[in-house]
Design a protein around this ligand. Structure first.
Ligand code: GLY
Length: 363
């Protein structure tokens, strides 16, 4: 079933029933795991083997009494250096010029501090540069050359981040230029037909021809430690083949990541442009502050984005995934569109387990 068909029938149904309140009636919500709150805890959206290894490493820190901040940095670093992962750090897909530009943010709830880098080139672990910005300067966000110069001063090694695998995918994309680049009107204003979906399909075709599933990619790592302090990281190589200099949601505090030590934390993956406009991670944390569970708060953010686009282009169907965690150690995740509900890894005293959240539009 195409996205268009499922979306149309979805909207017909919700408009017919006449209420946003009914919007999520059809959602399959799996929330049992998310109800059981345990700390310390660490979660990630990354459900591959590297994500599992990242959780084991983060949990080891937490189980030994370490901080949530150290746990999320360690676990994110493991994903960032995985050369097989084309969505994050080393091996991430490049921009349209073939240059890998990384975005990352970190937030420490205990000290209400944040750091971030955008368009950082040649450094494998952007989240660790973000942490130094957070801890050793009064700034929050450094970009481009400034971020690279800063990283060099702190001894980060410069490396070519473009692996052969990523370069081959980029070259294949170059051969198919135009229908799937980022020039032209914003995706949600591109005519009656859903060109955004066409564009996504073109990207998918290109990348999937290589046997690799296309992803907007990004990794979120959120944790509560034994003292109840909360920290989070989001790290990404960003939208594949983006216009050079494009900054996504990942380094924007409140968009790709937000942490409030009294409440919890949220992180986003997917189409960054939507996440920036909706301040999605901040919104999720504020919903949790109002008493929503992490699972409900993630779904609330999806609904908010759908409602915004409904008046502009009801056929527009952006793709996001949100994960969230509260101070009690409850967790949740939601996916805008997909074959299966959102999944994530959860590591706590029960071990490292997959949690299944919800999907808004099931394909
Ligand atoms: N969520 C990653 C990006 O859009 O850059």
């Amino acid at each position: 079933m195409s996205n268009n068909i499922s979306r149309r029938s979805f909207f017909n149904k919700s408009i017919g029933l006449g209420a946003g309140l009914l919007l999520f009636k059809d959602l399959k919500i799996h929330s049992s795991g998310g109800k059981i709150g345990k700390t310390p805890i660490i979660i990630t959206d990354h459900t591959n083997e590297t994500g599992q290894n990242a959780m084991k490493a983060g949990w080891e820190i937490l189980a030994n009494g370490g901080s949530a901040l150290d746990a999320v940095e360690k676990s994110t670093n493991i994903v960032e250096v995985d050369p097989e992962d084309v969505s994050v750090g080393y091996g991430g897909l490049p921009n349209e010029d073939g240059v890998v530009q990384l975005d990352s943010s970190i937030m420490d709830g205990k000290t209400y501090s944040a750091g971030a880098v955008a368009c950082l080139e040649n450094i494998k672990n952007p989240c660790s540069v973000a942490r130094i910005i957070m801890e050793k300067t009064d700034h929050v966000l450094l970009v481009g050359k400034g971020a690279l110069d800063f990283a060099r001063k702190w001894g980060f090694k410069e490396e070519n981040l473009l692996t052969d695998k990523a370069r081959n995918i980029w070259l294949k994309w170059k051969e198919n230029l135009n229908p799937d680049d980022d020039w032209g009107a914003p995706d949600h204003l591109r005519g009656l037909r859903d060109l955004a979906q066409q564009k996504l399909s073109a990207l998918r075709r290109t990348v999937e021809a290589q046997g690799i599933e296309f992803t907007y990619g990004t990794t979120n790592h959120l944790s509560v430690d034994k003292n109840g302090d909360i920290a989070g990281i989001t790290s990404t190589s960003g939208l594949s083949f983006k216009i050079p200099g494009r900054v996504g949601d990942s380094p924007i505090i409140g968009a790709g990541l937000y942490v409030d030590n009294e409440v919890g934390a949220a992180g986003a993956t997917g189409r960054g442009e939507d996440v920036i406009k909706s301040c999605a991670s901040y919104y999720i944390v504020m919903r949790m502050r109002e008493g929503r569970t992490p699972q409900e708060a993630c779904e609330d953010a999806m609904k908010m984005i759908i409602d915004k686009y409904k008046k502009v282009n009801p056929n527009f169907f952006p793709g996001e995934k949100f994960i969230a965690l509260n101070k009690k150690g409850e967790y949740g995740c939601a996916l805008m569109t997909g074959k299966d509900p959102a999944k994530m890894y959860v590591a706590n005293s029960d071990g490292v387990n997959i949690y299944t959240g919800s999907v808004v539009f099931k394909k």
